[in-house]
Write a protein that binds this ligand. Structure first.
Ligand code: TYD
Length: 392
């Protein structure tokens, strides 16, 4: 049974940035649910993939140094540990991972044509399609079974998980490896990062819930890595049950036991989280209000999907946050979805009169602190809501 435990209010589609003139933006109710049987956390209203991921999709994996480096490091690790002849990435975005492999050694799947075009242009076989069983059949007929399937921050964006894993199972060699990485539910709850919830994040996985889904599809997790990316992610290494050669690492049992101890299998944990989220909202509004009463300028840094959730949930407008800056061309000279706050192209000059920076991309805090040494030197302050609203 699905039980709603958190209501994040009226929210717009996160990655659709309207022009300055567009005052009327559609919103929907964002509720978060816990499934008592599968232990999975999901949003209640699931949008169609076609509505969210299309030719105008603005999110680019290569826009942050941290992500680019993480993918580069991983590609080296994949080659060293598994040496696959052919790697397939579900949700290859702008190629931050696959372009680290040889052109004949990696295939991308990317439904957003603007992004698929970027890897096609570089000579990488890219299917501009949504991941589903029909596509898996087509790929198997053309390329045969695949040695390694990888997917970061994509599987949790697809509503039909059974179809996702059935398709992977069909295409992966019996001795092949599936690697998926997504934000960790444990980190999300620990950090009170309610902004991980938006229309694209249909699910937030825990090792507990993922293990249950995989079991249904005769697969299992054999290793886990913890990552700093996206505010704390887990990278799961998965094999088919048929493959008896591979041992299950202690890290898997350790992660499961930590999650059970924390209570990720219990509704009471999410009820507590929900009440912490409400507190966080009130604290953030009063903190920003206090700063604004002193006539200071506050600017949002990183017009992230996460920021869209926070700003809409807390009903913050351009009287409180003056504007946002972002390095992504597709987001510039647009409004932060659901709000009247403008997004401008990032430049150091634009920040020269700014007193406070609200960290929309708090997950890249270290990268941002390094970049903004001058802002820090001239006593500029950072503002964050993670894990609690505070000035840094
Ligand atoms: P990310 O956390 O990946 O976004 P989301 O919540 O949407 O998944 O953050 C990436 C966004 O932050 C992207 O729009 C680029 C922006 N950004 C900057 O503008 N400057 C920076 O220095 C960094 C690190 C990110």
């Amino acid at each position: 049974m699905n039980i709603k435990f958190l209501n994040l209010g009226k929210q717009p589609l996160a990655n659709q940035y309207p022009s300055f003139a567009n005052k009327r933006q559609k919103k929907y109710n964002l509720n978060i649910c816990f499934n008592t049987k599968t232990k999975i956390i999901s949003i209640s209203k699931k949008m169609k993939s076609e509505v969210m991921f299309n030719k105008k999709y603005p999110y680019r994996s290569s826009m942050s140094k941290t992500m680019k480096e993480s993918f580069k490091k991983l590609s080296k690790e994949i080659i060293k540990r598994f040496n696959p002849n052919l790697t397939l990435e579900i949700g290859s975005n702008d190629g931050a991972l696959i372009t680290n492999f040889g052109k004949k050694k990696a295939i991308g799947i990317e439904p957003c044509s603007n992004l698929a075009y970027m890897t096609k242009k570089k000579g990488f076989k890219t299917y501009n399609k949504y991941w589903n069983f029909d596509l898996a059949k087509k790929i198997r007929a053309r390329h045969g079974l695949i040695d390694l399937i990888y997917s970061a921050n994509t599987i949790t964006h697809i509503s039909n998980l059974n179809d996702v894993f059935k398709s992977i199972n069909y295409l992966l060699k019996n001795e092949g490896t599936l690697i998926i990485e997504d934000p960790s539910l444990l980190e999300c709850i620990k950090k009170n990062a309610y902004d991980q919830f938006y229309n694209e994040h249909i699910y937030i996985f825990s090792a507990i819930s993922l293990r249950k889904i995989l079991k249904k599809h005769n697969m299992q997790i054999f290793d886990i890595q913890t990552l700093d990316t996206h505010g704390g992610s887990l990278r799961y290494f998965i094999k088919k049950n048929k493959n008896k050669e591979v041992k299950i690492s202690d890290k898997v049992f350790k992660q499961l036991s930590t999650e059970f101890k924390f209570g990720l299998n219990k509704l009471s944990t999410y009820k507590k989280f929900s009440s912490n989220v409400k507190k966080s909202k009130n604290q953030l509004i009063s903190l920003i209000q206090k700063i604004k009463n002193q006539k200071k300028i506050i600017v949002g840094y990183g017009a992230t999907a996460k920021a869209v959730t926070v700003i809409n949930y807390c009903k913050i407008n351009n009287k409180l946050i003056d504007f946002f800056v972002d390095t992504t061309p597709e987001k510039q000279n647009k409004l932060l979805p659901g709000t009247d706050i403008k997004i401008y192209k990032y430049s150091k000059k634009l920040l020269s009169n700014v007193n406070y920076i609200f960290l929309g991309a708090w997950n890249f805090k270290d990268e941002i602190f390094k970049k903004e040494e001058n802002f820090i030197k001239r006593k500029g302050k950072f503002l964050t809501h993670i894990p609690k609203p505070k000035i840094i």
